[in-house]
Design a protein around this ligand. Structure first.
Ligand SMILES: [Fe+2]
Ligand SMILES: [Fe+2]
Length: 143
């Protein structure tokens, strides 16, 4: 399996989970929205962990590039983590307006982040780590 395919599938799965959060809030069903948010957040954080603990270090080792794209991606992960806190607070307060305000910011950040990874970083990972792709994917599955 190509690294990029494995990672893109996870992006898509998280998009679906986020749509479920919005569905819950739109319906005014905050318990459902909170449960959907928990799933979305945990899976997104797990995906970040796979990147930060396995994919980025392996890419940096193979490419010799430690200060470029992976550093930007790590910073953006931290921004997303901050927005998760705000989103959780909005859901706990059942504040629909605040939720959608945070959701807009989060979606723009996450879509741009994922696009950069898919169009640039994952493509480079396939190139630099292609020979060990199966091993890298197995390591990420074990996270
Ligand atoms: Fe990422
Ligand atoms: Fe990613």
């Amino acid at each position: 399996m190509q690294i990029s395919d494995y990672m893109k599938d996870e992006h898509r799965a998280c998009d679906v989970e986020f749509a479920n959060v919005e569905k819950g809030v739109n319906a005014g069903d905050f318990p459902a929205a909170q449960e959907a948010f928990e799933n979305f957040m945990l899976d997104t954080l797990k995906h970040f962990q796979k990147e930060e603990e396995v994919l980025f270090p392996d890419f940096e080792a193979a490419s010799g590039n430690t200060m470029g794209p992976t550093q930007v991606m790590r910073m953006e992960h931290d921004q997303v983590r901050g927005l998760f806190e705000k989103m959780k607070a909005a859901l706990d307060a059942e504040d629909k307006d605040e939720f959608f305000s945070v959701a807009d910011t989060l979606m723009i950040l996450l879509q741009q982040h994922n696009m950069k990874e898919e169009q640039m970083l994952y493509t480079m990972c396939d190139r630099f780590l292609g020979a060990q792709a199966d091993t890298v994917v197995e390591k990420m599955k074990a996270v």
